[in-house]
Write a protein of this length. Structure first.
Length: 426
């Protein structure tokens, strides 16, 4: 049996349903077909259907089918993959008014690139895929993190429900689509680097380049676990790419890649991962990049490398001061790093941690390029950037500065991606 599902978006997917009808009529499809048709206006003539199914019936049809023909819904695809089903996925496309954008193309490309599904961008390709699907051999799907599966499905649902807002907030929606694309990559590609005491989650994209880009996680708002950043931004960049996730801490928002109770063991583990990747790849050039928390990390890890290029956006500098500022809502982060007692001595160590790196590696300062993006109108400038620039200058480092005038630190997400791409190419 073939099960067809088009999802619950408030847009028709008549194009797919009409094609299935035609393939049954022409004899290409000989199996029984049942479809969930959603908000489609076309009424199938050759197969049974219901607009919507309750969860138990949906799961029953999914278990019963030999082949699933679906829209680009990550939730149903992942569920079907876990059941070992063969899948043909057809993305909803904006040009046919089937969705508000074409993000399903990129999501399905991730699954197809791992040889997990048959990807059918236009329905005129469906006949040949149906005829050969049973002969195809696919990779076995295995998820690295069940939580990511649940999170991705929830976020996709939220995105679809909020589609009307998408057209009004294009910049934020693009950022959100990047998040969904990154989530799909996490499902398929995330790896774990294990030391004696710590584990580090990362993504590695190999392009057989002599240049490596190391990208660190930014801050997330309270209640949201750490995410990989700038994966979609760099998707067309031909350099090898190492994305390192800072998902430690009581709330999984990250701890600036440092450690638990002033141990700095996580910092050592991340440094070891970078060293191993650099040595194995024999890279001629290494670029370290990130914004906010990621910008701090780019400096903290990148300064050690002679001839490195560091691209940082509005980084914090004095972490002791930053963590103890109530407005930043980082009480859990501070407690994880310092322990129950964040005394004056510990805060002093955190305030000077990056400064000590600046001074320690000043011997090769002239070989290091630092590209720094920031706004002179938001709080990070007076609280961190001014002292950072002064200390870099005193130690002999040269900085290229990209100065803007926005007032909210979060607006860095609107400016840093383009700065990052420009500096990578420079």
């Amino acid at each position: 049996m073939i099960f067809v599902t088009v999802g619950s978006q408030k847009f028709p997917f008549d194009r797919l349903l009409k094609e299935v009808d035609q393939l049954i009529e022409s004899g290409v499809i000989k199996e029984e077909v049942f479809a969930q048709t959603g908000h489609s206006t076309y009424l199938p003539q050759k197969f049974s259907y219901q607009p919507f199914l309750d969860q138990s019936l949906f799961e029953e049809k999914l278990k019963e089918c030999d082949v699933l023909i679906t829209h680009g819904g990550t939730g149903v695809i992942v569920t079907a993959l876990k059941m070992g089903k063969k899948i043909i996925a057809v993305p909803r496309l904006a040009k046919y008014q089937e969705h508000v954008d074409n993000h399903q193309i990129e999501l399905l490309a991730q699954f197809s690139g791992q040889n997990l599904i048959c990807y059918c961008e236009e329905v005129d390709e469906l006949a040949s895929l149906v005829e050969t699907i049973h002969e195809r051999t696919f990779e076995t799907f295995s998820s690295n993190t069940t939580a990511y599966l649940e999170d991705l499905t929830y976020e996709l649902s939220s995105f679809q429900e909020g589609s009307n807002k998408y057209s009004r907030f294009r910049g934020k929606a693009n950022k959100y689509v990047e998040y969904l694309i990154t989530k799909s990559q996490v499902l398929l590609k995330q790896k774990t680097f294990q030391t004696e005491n710590e584990r580090v989650h990362y993504l590695f994209k190999k392009n057989n380049s002599s240049t490596l880009i190391v990208v660190f996680s930014s801050c997330t708002r309270k209640g949201v676990a750490a995410r990989y950043n700038y994966v979609r931004t760099l998707k067309d960049v031909s350099y090898d790419q190492l994305f390192i996730l800072d998902d430690w801490g009581y709330d999984r928002r990250g701890i600036y890649y440092l450690g638990h109770e002033m141990s700095f063991s996580i910092e050592a583990a991340v440094e070891k991962l970078i060293q191993e990747v650099v040595q194995q790849g024999r890279y001629k050039k290494v670029i370290f990049a990130g914004s906010s928390k990621g910008g701090y990390a780019a400096l903290n890890f990148g300064l050690k490398f002679p001839n490195a290029k560091i691209i940082a956006g509005a980084p914090q500098y004095k972490l002791g001061d930053y963590f103890t500022d109530p407005s930043n809502k980082l009480e859990d982060t501070l407690r994880f790093i310092c322990g129950e007692q964040a005394d004056e001595e510990k805060l002093k160590i955190l305030n000077r941690h990056l400064n000590e790196k600046i001074e320690k590696y000043a011997g090769h300062a002239e070989s290091v390029t630092i590209a720094l993006h920031y706004s002179d109108k938001e709080h990070t400038y007076e609280e961190h950037i001014c002292d950072l620039l002064n200390d870099l200058n005193k130690a002999g480092y040269h900085t290229k500065q990209d100065i803007h005038h926005y007032h909210n630190h979060s607006d860095i997400s609107l400016y840093f991606p383009q700065f990052l791409l420009t500096q990578i190419k420079a």
